[in-house]
Ligand binder design. Structure first.
Ligand SMILES: *Cc1c(COP(=O)(O)O)cnc(C)c1O
Ligand SMILES: [Zn+2]
Length: 439
């Protein structure tokens, strides 16, 4: 596997190159933490006022004077921490503790039959469906809702394909804050709406797709009517970095090496951006060599694939797709807001992006479930994508691969019912049941 790092701009502290130097701490930092623009390098105080993007329009990220406080994989180092889950990595986060349920510490499943069939040196499944509300969004919310408290905002809001709303409803409830969620009417899986409703959010159903919901929430946030907790919020991505830390630690413990590749579904590309940031900070802290960073490999559904298009075209920006469709509703997104952070992540780690058909997603969902790992359709896209890249010879047979499964099977009971075995009606009688089984 070969890779290129963007050495041409490595001396620029706003650069997203893997080998960029740690940025200088500006005067407006608070306890060594600030917000920095990935486009122009402008810096902002993190908690003085609410802000999601730079005045230049660029995306912001949380930056630290000490690059990754989490830099020690050994038994003497961070692994010895008593805290579990996301807050075990507090040294790499903007707070010491959060609004926690708690979250993180998810399993890295072995799937020997899939590993064998796909034909790689090893295949592990990082199952983020095992978080408190059943998706990785919880890792972002524990930090994001804590930031909301720090900022003293009154009302939380998000647009959502489902899981963000379930997570925000739960964490908003935990923090005793008013919570609004905007959902595309009729396009959200049943389990997710049920969660948002019961955890006490007000559910606003919009006659439009996810991207339209996000436009509205951004407008509300811009007018100061709500604190936005979509992945445009830089604090959320901080929590999601911990997926990367957990994968590296667990993989090192099991195999003595880091994975060669991490394959993940891509919607708004927040997770892709968060994993890349985790790795950049570890490289800055000399805890990881640039060559050791896993190749970030994004998977989208064929009819919702603007990131794949941008990677294939070598474009610096994505083209917004107005019409998107897939059974994987969690990644039914045509305008991935974190693309400017995620595209360099995929390119600078030697990764790639691939689109898969809905039937391939369903097949992968069934195969994962057959080995006991129950995931929702979007999650299975990771395995479907890996399979396709092996078939194309893009992924080698000697690679160690981790696939990220982002949400739990029960999130989308209708999809599970469709993909699974049909119930067989039988008479109320043991002999008749045996008779039926012999047929
Ligand atoms: C949110 C979500 C995604 C997409 O993640 P991004 O960070 O937006 O790319 C994928 N799968 C599931 C189940 C999700 O909930
Ligand atoms: Zn800027």
């Amino acid at each position: 596997m070969s890779r290129e790092t963007a050495t041409d701009d490595a001396t620029d502290p706003t650069s997203l190159a893997l080998d960029a130097p740690a940025p200088q701490t500006p005067d407006d930092a608070e306890d060594g933490v600030w917000l920095g623009c990935i486009d122009c390098g402008e810096t902002y105080s993190p908690f003085e006022s609410v802000r999601y993007t730079c005045d230049c329009g660029g995306l912001l990220e949380v930056r630290y004077g000490e690059p990754s406080g989490f830099a020690d994989f050994g038994p003497e180092g961070h692994s010895a921490a008593t805290e579990r889950g996301v807050w075990r990595y507090a040294a790499a986060l903007p707070f010491d503790e959060g609004v926690s349920l708690p979250e993180g510490d998810t399993p890295l499943h072995r799937v020997p039959r899939l590993e064998d069939e796909v034909g790689v040196a090893s295949l592990r499944i990082k199952h983020e469906g095992m978080n408190p509300t059943g998706s990785f969004k919880d890792r972002g919310m524990t930090v994001g809702v804590r930031a909301a408290r720090e900022l003293g905002v009154g009302r939380l809001a998000c647009a959502s394909t489902g899981n963000t709303s379930a997570a925000l409803a739960a964490y908003g409830g935990r923090a005793d804050m008013e919570t609004l969620v905007l959902l595309p009417a009729g396009k959200v899986a049943a389990g997710k709406v049920a969660q948002a409703a019961l955890h006490g959010a007000r559910i606003l159903e919009v006659d439009g797709n996810f991207d339209a919901c996000l436009d509205i929430v951004q407008e509300l946030a811009g007018r100061g009517e709500a604190y936005l907790l979509n992945s445009l919020n830089p604090f959320r991505l901080e929590g999601q970095k911990t997926i990367g830390f957990e994968i590296l630690e667990a993989h090192l413990a099991d195999y003595g090496t880091f994975p060669d590749r991490i394959v993940l579904p891509v919607g708004n590309a927040g997770n892709t951006a968060a994993l890349y940031k985790a790795f950049r900070e570890l490289v800055q802290a000399d805890a990881l060599e640039p060559e050791e960073v896993p190749a970030l490999t994004g998977v989208q559904a064929a009819d919702a694939a603007p990131m794949v298009e941008a990677i294939e075209d070598g474009a610096d920006e994505i083209r917004r797709w107005e019409e998107v469709e897939t059974i994987a509703t969690a990644i039914r997104i045509g305008n991935p807001v974190n693309a400017p952070k995620a595209l360099p992540g995929i390119r600078n780690t030697g990764g790639t992006a691939v689109a898969v058909a809905d039937e391939e997603i369903t097949a992968a969902q069934r195969d994962l479930a057959g080995e006991g790992v129950g995931v929702e359709p979007a999650s299975a896209a990771s395995v479907a994508g890996l399979r396709k890249l092996r078939d194309r010879g893009v992924v080698d047979d000697d690679e160690r691969v981790v696939c990220l499964t982002t949400g739990h099977l029960l999130k989308d009971p209708d999809a599970a019912y469709e993909a699974g075995n049909d119930p067989e009606p039988v008479p109320n009688d043991a002999d008749a049941v045996l008779e039926h089984l012999r047929e």
